[in-house]
Ligand binder design. Structure first.
Ligand code: FPP
Length: 242
């Protein structure tokens, strides 16, 4: 196993890592398995990487699990992904407090089944009581949709007297699913594609991007260490000059 560079004393880790879970289908195809087997393997990888992030001192992990566009996939595939999410939410509800790790759902939960909505609600209630590492699962999520929904809610608050004063970036941010969560420092996309695919459009304004051909189910803590090493070598200037 590769040396765990992220645990070196004094070496900083990104506070917030965002990951686009990509390559599950190809991982399954390479093995002659159905795409759904790739998603099951991808969900296990998510579990491993989330625990690793917690252990090395990352505060937030946000993953893109199901986009507002993913409904276009076959009923079979969508059903399998929803069943996996159901299983992991149940598990999170049972273990979050014990593991000191909270989970949140980012996305339009009203588009999910009543059962998943109830699980997301229960997960939120428990997460409110926990202080510590936070894993956010983007589910029925689209970056543009998030911005439009936030604009609508702000306009409603303004019209109904719940919002006042000038609209600032900070105030607008409080209407997003990610309210209260710092912007991602590092965005990782496994699976070989190099695009954002409508993920965290607002929040990734200053994120460092890291792309790798490794398919998501094959992604390991050692791969995360590599991404963090590259992140450390970047010069973040936020539009300024050094
Ligand atoms: C993208 O790979 C992956 C998805 C659209 C689904 C990801 C969902 C999970 C891993 C299941 C549950 C998740 C959690 C966090 C518990 P792809 O199917 O587009 O892969 P391909 O590009 O190789 O076809």
């Amino acid at each position: 196993m590769a040396e765990n560079t992220s645990k070196k004393p004094g070496a900083s880790v990104p506070r917030h890592i965002a990951i686009i879970l990509d390559g599950n289908g190809r991982w399954a195809k390479k093995r002659g398995l159905p795409r759904t087997a790739g998603h099951a393997a991808g969900a296990e990888t998510f579990r491993k990487i989330a625990l690793y992030c917690r252990d090395i001192g990352v505060d937030y992990l946000t993953v893109y699990a199901f986009s507002t566009e993913n409904w276009k996939r076959s009923d079979d595939e969508v059903g399998a992904i929803m069943r996996l999410l159901n299983k992991y939410l149940h598990e999170a509800i049972d273990t979050m407090e014990r593991d000191g790790m909270k989970m949140r759902i980012f996305g339009d939960v009203t588009g999910l089944s009543p059962e998943l909505q109830a699980l997301a609600h229960r997960t939120d209630e428990i997460a409110d009581r926990i202080d510590g590492f936070q894993a956010n699962i983007c589910l029925n999520y689209g970056g543009r949709d998030e911005i439009v929904q936030a604009a609508r809610r702000y306009a409603r608050d303004l019209a109904e007297g719940r919002a006042e004063g000038e609209l600032t970036e900070e105030k607008f941010g409080s209407y997003l699913y990610s309210a209260g969560v710092p912007d991602p420092d590092l965005l990782i996309r496994p699976g070989g594609e190099q695009r954002l695919s409508n993920f965290l459009l607002w929040q990734c304004a200053y994120a460092e991007f890291y792309f790798t051909d490794v398919l998501w189910p094959d992604f390991t803590p050692a791969e995360l260490d590599k991404a963090i090493e590259v992140f450390r070598s970047r010069d973040r200037r936020y539009g300024g000059v050094k």
